[in-house]
Design a binder for this molecule. Structure first.
Ligand code: AMP
Length: 308
């Protein structure tokens, strides 16, 4: 069983979509990543920080999935990170209305001793200095370091982000962010520029249009499953990253060929995440449903063309 260390926010999210809105519910990058990774044969632990205002029930949802939360610091009297977003009618774009870092603002991550030898390190969306500090605390270099980030950190902490990117193997970002990071419209050119920054693999997430995996001169594409019902896209990117990293840690194979499978698993799990608000669908997801949908994925992309 592979060991996966996950770093990222554990949050209160408040979400508004054309189909309704929520109060403050459980969210955060590390939350979605760990729930997705729990679908695989991995031992996973989270490094994060919350305030004591986060209901215990929320953390119990994670421990019920065997996710190790001993690396989540609970600050007495502190307030948990709070994010509020509103989706546009097409559900492909959203406005961030509120980002309150709270306890995340001066977070000094501490990696638990038993995760310092993790096989795969999944650096979820957080301050790049926190991501770098976790890399530096590892006893030996993980076989694979994956980093997810977003425009918030490109806007506010670009130099720190460029520093941590030097140390990683795989970056997962969305198409707009890839363009912002590189000033290139073409995603092929953007991926090439990102190679020069450090990562050997670039995953570009394109929401309902799937995901691209770049490595050297090769590119692999996974579609997103056309869904009847999309309720709330929050966490889809993190769920993708959780499926991608969880599958790779579980199979202990970080070849490019296996990364193609990881992209499919990530896309498959993300397709569930968006079907309900917040973490609701991921918390109740059964392995049989996951497998059934993998078959649909295969059918969606398989064709038998005669090549000359
Ligand atoms: P996604 O929809 O995959 O981009 O992820 C949404 C999740 O990211 C939400 O659950 C938020 O709590 C979390 N999030 C949003 N902004 C930030 C940020 N600046 N730092 C860390 N986590 C964030």
């Amino acid at each position: 069983m592979g060991k996966l260390l996950i770093v990222g926010s554990v949050a209160f999210d408040e979400i508004e979509t054309p189909f309704g809105k929520t109060d403050k519910i459980l969210g955060g990058a590390a939350t979605f990543i760990s729930l997705a990774a729990s679908q695989f044969d991995v031992e996973s632990g989270i490094v994060s920080v919350v305030g004591d205002d986060l209901p215990e029930d929320y953390l119990n949802l994670l421990t019920a999935k065997d996710i190790d939360i001993s690396g989540i610091t609970i600050v007495k009297g502190g307030k948990t990170f709070y994010w509020k977003g509103k989706y546009h009618n097409d559900l492909n774009s959203r406005d961030t209305l509120i980002t309150e870092l709270n306890t995340l603002a001066d977070f000094n991550p501490v990696v638990p001793d038993n995760y310092k030898d993790a096989d795969v390190l999944m650096l979820g969306n957080l301050h790049p200095n926190v991501q770098l500090s976790v890399i530096n605390q590892m006893e030996k270099r993980p076989k694979l370091i994956i980093l997810d980030t977003m425009n918030f950190w490109m806007d506010n902490t670009l130099n720190e982000l460029l520093e941590v990117i030097k140390h990683i193997d795989v970056i997962t970002i969305n198409d707009e962010e890839a363009r912002q990071l590189t000033n290139e419209y073409s995603l092929v050119k953007a991926a090439q520029k990102i190679y020069d920054m450090g990562p050997k693999y670039v995953v570009v997430k394109k929401g309902e249009h799937g995901a691209l995996l770049f490595h050297k001169d090769e590119v692999f594409f996974a579609p997103a499953l056309p869904l009847e019902e999309v309720f709330d896209p929050t966490g889809a990117g993190d769920t993708f990253a959780g499926g991608f990293s969880g599958y790779l840690a579980g199979t202990d194979d970080i070849s490019f060929e296996n990364m193609k499978n990881a992209v499919i698993h990530g896309s498959n799990l993300a397709s569930f995440c968006v079907e309900r608000f917040g973490t609701e669908r991921m918390v109740n997801l059964e392995k049989t449903e996951v497998n059934k949908r993998l078959h649909q994925f295969k059918a969606l992309t398989q064709f038998d063309i005669e090549l000359q």
